[in-house]
Design a protein around this ligand. Structure first.
Ligand code: SF4
Length: 94
């Protein structure tokens, strides 16, 4: 449904006929760590995220997985090794 609160005019899954169904009745503004993300939206009421109603919750357990300004660091060379497969590979080489 179309939002009639902070993201007025935007389609939102939380919007219902009786108003915003998100906790507290509206989206929460972005947090400091969202600065630079392309998903931030500059509205009259402040800066909000286009993807999440509560951006601070996305940063609680690490980086926001939708952040456009954070590069996910992959640890090259540190692949998980299945001990069974490694054992088979080792035995084939002999
Ligand atoms: S996608 Fe993540 S980092 Fe970007 S504005 Fe939303 S919550 Fe913040």
């Amino acid at each position: 449904m179309i939002c009639t609160t902070v993201k007025n005019g935007m389609d939102c899954t939380f919007m219902t006929k009786s108003g915003c169904g998100y906790t507290g009745g509206s989206c929460l503004p972005v947090v400091e760590r969202c600065a630079g993300c392309q998903r931030t939206l500059d509205l009259a009421a402040g800066k909000y995220c286009t993807s999440y109603p509560n951006p601070s919750s996305k940063w609680k357990t690490g980086n926001c997985n939708f952040a456009t300004h954070v590069k996910m660091e992959t640890q090259a060379g540190q692949q998980k090794v299945n001990p069974l497969k490694a054992s088979k590979r080792a035995s084939k080489k002999k």
